[in-house]
Design a protein around this ligand. Structure first.
Ligand code: PTJ
Length: 246
């Protein structure tokens, strides 16, 4: 169903619109087919979280904004799902924080790297870094070890939305401060990052951009990530409301 056919009155309009974005990402060569599965998993967790930004996520957003603004060399790592769902907001976050945008994929594809770069450039990114075979991070064997020498290789703070657990841990082991956005508070990524925003990428990125634009972002440090994840897990395990989520 093309987006124009989606009735705005449909109770799940936003969810359907978001699906359209991810499907369009596949059609444009930005998102992998596996990305559709990852999206479905995210939808399930979002449903259990009541499809809203909880206070633990709002606090994580503040911590992430402060960390990005305080960074000497912040980088936002972009994959096929993040690009399809939120390219304009990723570019806005880069502008608000001075972060570089760097493409890094789980499912290796030079063609998708270029398609993602083009989409970010269309959305106003001044430049987009691609992985280079000259520089690698340690502690990971996969193709994702390759990074740009002026991007993730140098970065002190890396924001990696919807990341795979191995790479998240490798970034931590390379001494980077790692911020992730992941609807699953039990994932290895959520648990190995320093700051995990348990919220939908599409909902929390505008809030993160707004927080990063503050002259002096509020820093709720010392940040206790495991405590925030425990709150998120509690929110998922609470008794379900009597009526379905609209
Ligand atoms: O483009 P590529 O090749 O780099 O591949 C990207 C995906 C996302 C397919 C790849 O990294 C992957 O397979 O990721 P995982 O291991 O499935 O992890 C994705 C995580 O993101 C899961 O924990 C999902 O619950 C979560 N997630 C999915 N959609 C969203 C989300 N979290 C926040 N917002 C979402 N919209």
């Amino acid at each position: 169903m093309p987006p124009s056919d989606l009735p705005t009155s449909h109770p799940r309009y936003l969810s359907l619109l978001t699906r359209e974005r991810i499907v369009a990402g596949v059609e444009r060569g930005v998102t992998s087919l596996h990305g559709l599965i990852a999206h479905g998993r995210g939808e399930a967790f979002d449903y259990l979280l009541g499809e809203r930004t909880h206070p633990f996520a709002a606090r994580a957003i503040s911590a992430a904004a402060a960390a990005l603004r305080a960074a000497r060399h912040p980088v936002i790592s972009v994959n096929g799902n993040a690009c399809a769902l939120a390219a304009p907001d990723l570019v806005a976050l880069a502008h608000a924080t001075g972060a570089k945008l760097e493409v890094n994929l789980f499912h290796t594809s030079p063609a998708r790297e270029l398609a993602i770069r083009d989409m970010l450039l269309e959305c106003g990114a001044p430049s987009v870094l691609l992985p280079s075979k000259t520089h690698a991070i340690a502690h990971i064997d996969h193709n994702r070890k390759w990074v740009h020498p002026e991007g993730i290789f140098l970065a002190d703070v890396v924001c990696v939305p919807l990341e795979d657990g191995d790479r998240c841990q490798a970034l931590v082991d390379n001494g980077k401060v790692v911020i992730t956005i992941d609807l699953n508070p039990l994932s290895r990524t959520a648990r190995s990052a320093h700051i995990t925003i348990v919220d939908n990428l599409t909902r929390c990125l505008p809030l993160l951009v707004a927080a990063a634009r503050q002259p002096d972002p509020t820093d709720p440090s010392p940040w206790n990530n495991l405590a925030a994840l425990a709150e998120a897990e509690q929110a998922i395990r609470r008794p379900l409301p009597p009526n379905p989520i609209p």
